[in-house]
Design a protein around this ligand. Sequence first.
Ligand code: ADP
Length: 274
Amino acid sequence: MSDKKPELSAAMKRKLEPKKFTKNPILGTKFTIAISSAKGGVGKSTFATNLALALKHTGCKVGLLDADIYGPSVPKMFDINEKPKSDGQKLEPIVKYDIQCMSIGFLADQQTPMIWRGPMVTSAIKTFTQKVNWKDLDFIIVDMPPGTGDTQLTFSQEIKMDGAIIVSTPQEVALLDVKRGIKMFDKLGVKILGLVDNMSFFTGDDGKKYRIFGEGGVEQTAKEFKKEFLGEIPINPDVGRTSDQGKPIVEENPEHEISKIYLNFAEMVKKNYL
Ligand code: ADP
């Protein structure tokens, strides 16, 4: 057991405590699930896109909301280049692979400087919760911004989330942030469905598993905070290749060993709610 329990900063505590949050449910869906990570680059978007597709394969109607302001991934991972249509009141999600999609990346091109993206957070949340014409969905999967900073906090406070899954790689440096993430969701009253250990190992040509980022850290963190450990996803080049080509692995090949892992996660999510 680690004795390093990171404290939220005083400023963060202040932000969390005095205010009564008014959380707006996203209209047009039964449930909203956040996919969160403490750090960038751990595979959060890869998980969110494949989980959305896996839920579709289990028979659910699914939306995918890319709320990662600073690094929207859905346009690339789903190969979407069009702008959403608007009737002047509401935006139409773009449907690809039978998933209703909305991304900050559809609204501002990826070259938009950071200085503009900050103020866009608030208006983006309002747009995503109230001004997108999501239709008859069982689940919206939200690809959250990484971290426990203002952006993440604003999203978690203002969007009514029915559950969160935290994705991490097993390095110590990522785990410290995961602990912060757990505390944030606990304080905000968002149910954490569990933790996923992504890029846990790769299997060499010799058939051996190489745990290059360390072993068991995510599972231990889950135990320490009494959260569910949902499982491991190995490193597999097909995962990156398919996402880069705009058709994530679950869509490209649902029979792939990695797709089966995502399908198991989807069954678990479905069982929790439907
Ligand atoms: P994040 O959303 O956390 O920033 P991404 O989902 O963009 O992370 O993933 C970061 C990189 O890691 C991408 O190039 C992605 O294709 C790759 N990746 C994610 N998960 C895996 C995996 N299990 N095996 C191989 N590559 C992966």
